[in-house]
Design a binder for this molecule. Structure first.
Ligand SMILES: [Zn+2]
Length: 392
């Protein structure tokens, strides 16, 4: 292909992604809104949206009265049912499988039951055996789709803890789950016959935050997931910062005590060895969903120990904020579920630095979908913002 042709195509692709990105965050919107926000000409907007309507990625959702002459404008939105994905999220404690639409919502089966399964992550069997079991769960859910829905099922998207080779969909090192690389693509594609993509689970969740949550309006974010370990993601100018070998933003592995306990990562005394689910369970036994009630029921000495863990955590958050100055810090994960626990953390942050408050540190708006929305969002981003060039 000539260089000129390449450039034309790149521009066309970028304009298309620009439009879809805008509709995804603001939709439903009119073509006039799109032109005004994107700076594209009305003619380009019409051309691109007509094509997206024909492909079924956009749909018309009604009309609105425009300013002035009372002309009606057609409103456009993403057609969430344009494509479906099997979202798989594998974390040290729990694994969830769900069939989702392009807005990261779970589909319903014939009896209106959500097409979703949760199970304990089996860390004792060989990874291949557990993943084969997972594939059977996926097939079971798949069998509940109508024929029309089955045709729109396009991909298996996997979120998993630890280091992921995104290019090849290989789990390089899922800390706390497996101690060797696992070829997710080979296992899932041979059994399910669909393309397979994979991403680190916290980065996947952060992508969901960009596609469906706070990231739709804020470009610089620090996202922290608490439970079972501590995961974090830094988003700068709307892009997840990965660093060398995807190892950036490991807030959970700030070294607190070089002579401390051995951490999953191989070093000693990381923040995680003080605040992970298992570290806190040694101070105070609790189920992941009941951290706050266990804290409230604990005796004063136990609470004081938990308080010092929260203080350490808050200090690490504020220090990270000093480096990257996020416009918002977003809290996610089961241990942040309790409002009182969040308030405690925010209070410590704000005692350390007055710019921290309940507006700058917020709880994720996606909390009820946390267990599967990440991998669903990775697929939606690919489908809407990255993968569309080939279809032209
Ligand atoms: Zn560590």
């Amino acid at each position: 292909m000539s260089k000129v042709g390449m450039n034309m195509e790149t521009v066309r692709y970028q304009n298309r992604a620009l439009i879809l990105d805008y509709i995804n965050s603001k939709g439903p919107v009119s073509r006039t809104d799109i032109a005004a926000a994107s700076g594209l000409t009305a003619a380009s907007v019409t051309l691109i949206t007509t094509r997206l309507l024909a492909e079924g990625i956009l749909k018309e959702t009604g009309t609105t009265v425009g300013k002035g002459a009372g002309r009606r404008r057609v409103l456009l939105d993403i057609d969430a049912s344009a494509a479906y994905v099997i979202a798989v999220n594998i974390e040290p404690k729990d694994t969830v499988v769900a069939i989702c639409d392009l807005k990261g919502r779970v589909l319903e089966g014939p009896g209106s039951e959500p097409l979703m399964r949760s199970m304990d992550t089996d860390k004792r069997s060989a990874p291949e055996a557990f993943l084969a079991h997972l594939c059977n769960e996926c097939k079971e859910l798949q069998s509940k789709l109508s024929n029309a829905q089955k045709k729109r099922l396009e991909c298996v998207s996997i979120g998993i803890s630890g280091l992921v080779d995104v290019q090849n969909a290989v789990s390089v090192h899922a800390y706390g789950i497996w101690d060797r690389p696992v070829d997710l693509k080979a296992i899932f594609s041979s059994r399910l016959g669909l393309p397979v993509i994979a991403e680190n689970n916290v980065d996947a969740f952060s992508t969901a935050e960009q596609m469906y949550g706070v990231g739709r309006i804020r470009n610089d974010l620090l996202i922290i997931k608490w439970g079972p370990g501590v995961g974090s993601t830094v988003i700068i100018d709307g892009i997840i910062y990965k660093g060398r070998q995807g190892k950036a933003a490991e807030l959970g592995h700030y070294i607190i005590d070089p002579a401390g306990k051995k951490c999953n990562c191989g070093r000693r005394g990381c923040l995680e060895t003080f605040v992970s689910y298992s570290a806190l369970n040694e101070i105070m036994p609790f189920a992941p969903d009941e951290f706050e009630s266990a804290y409230l029921a604990a005796d004063p000495q136990t609470r004081a120990k938990v308080d010092s863990a929260i203080e350490l955590f808050a200090r690490c958050i504020v220090n990270t904020g000093t480096l990257i100055a996020p416009s918002r810090t977003i809290l996610a994960g089961k241990l942040f579920k309790g409002p009182l626990i969040r308030e405690k953390l925010i209070n410590v942050c704000s005692a350390l630095d007055g710019t921290y408050n309940a507006e700058s540190v917020i709880y994720t708006p996606l909390s009820d979908r946390e267990s599967y929305v990440g991998p669903a969002a990775i697929f939606a981003r690919k489908k809407l913002l990255e993968d569309t060039l080939a279809e032209d």
